[in-house]
Design a protein around this ligand. Sequence first.
Ligand SMILES: [Cu+2]
Length: 467
Amino acid sequence: MRAGVVFWVVSAIALLTACGGVNQVPLDAPADAPLRIPELLEPTYDSEGVAHYDLSIGRSRHDYRRGTLTDTYSYNGLPVLGPTLLLRAGDSVVISVTNELDEVTTTHWHGADVPAEGDGGPHSLIEPGEAWVADFDVIQPAATLWYHPHAHGLTAEHVYRGAAGLIIIEDDNPAVAALPATYGVDDIPVILQDRDFTEDGQLDFAIDEGENGNLDGTITVNGTINPFVEVPQGLVRLRLLNGSQARIYRLGVEGAQMTKIASDGGYLASPVVLEELVLAPGDRAEIIVNVGTESASLVDRALGRVLELRPDASAVGTGVLPDKLTTIERIPDSEITVDRRFHMDDVRNFWEFDPTWAINGLQMDKSRIDVRVRFGATERWTLSAGEGQHVFHPHQTQFLILSINGEPPPPEDSGWEDSVWVNADREVVIVARFNTYVAEDIPYMFHCHILDHEDLGMMGQFLVIDE
Ligand SMILES: [Cu+2]
């Protein structure tokens, strides 16, 4: 049963209000703010070759050009967001995170295949003034990942206020050596986040309990509103991250061709030319744009221009796009040992006004283990949904999509993924191996990455048992 007409009237009013907040600058107005490029945090190697990184999360202030400095959260004292962590495949890394906030938080490495105690999920709380250390080996190939707080019930707000950053994993795959890869020059981080501001220029954080989560009307890229970036003519790589609370982007490039080269977990087998790229919350994609003598624009189909790529006439890029990027070995059906279904839905009782977002009928309970995966298992998970838009994200593992509504995925969705969009009209079947880490004490999470839903309880826990 579902709550009746009242809920839908209220939802409609909320939707109208949200639409009224759209104030994106129209496409024909000149982009007038240089894109912020988060600083690159490279490792410091100790005498044993271990790569060390220091992060601290705290309060800061950022000039969003709202007539005042806006209060934010950030890492390492930056105005907003955090530095881009450069990880190298094969390294042993130690990352310390100090909490300089006056409330508890965590830091999770989204998309990273790491031991549960280093994953930074809701069980790895960092008290104010305390530090937490994650140490793990980088056992996965080149990819664009990200990090963000993950304290249950606080994730949406901490990310909204600006606590998030990119992770770039580099490896020595010779096939991609000629791709544009000079950070901030022809290899540009693009963190997409929609925001609203109060009249006095502060971030207007809100949780929306509805099907779509909270959608705001001002798009920020790396914290910049209405940005442009000067790039060399030729091939430019954009590392796209949807770091939004709930917004699903339909991206395109105007004035140049868009070629997708990487999904959440790394390179696609081959480049794929695309007209439109759907990026749900938590998703990443790397695209190549061939910039000519005129500006090209990254656009969202609903909101207009997101980022102008402005060619610098004096610079010509040297990047080259290869025909083949990497090898992705499909996981044969014969290897699958377990089938499971995860159904994402509103399970409120008919007399309840607010939705109850749940997975398989259950809401997050930190004391309950929902799934016990056997170490070494290869599992096929069917992801379905009733009401609402959802993004299924399991920690620890990268998966391959087997089917979307019964059809094999298109080439652009055939790479490694850690987050996938699911709704009543989009059932997705995935396959994953659990052969890297045993987790018998601290669980990994699986959850909806629409952060409103996640914080409202749309999350479960799994262990990886060695028996
Ligand atoms: Cu959801």
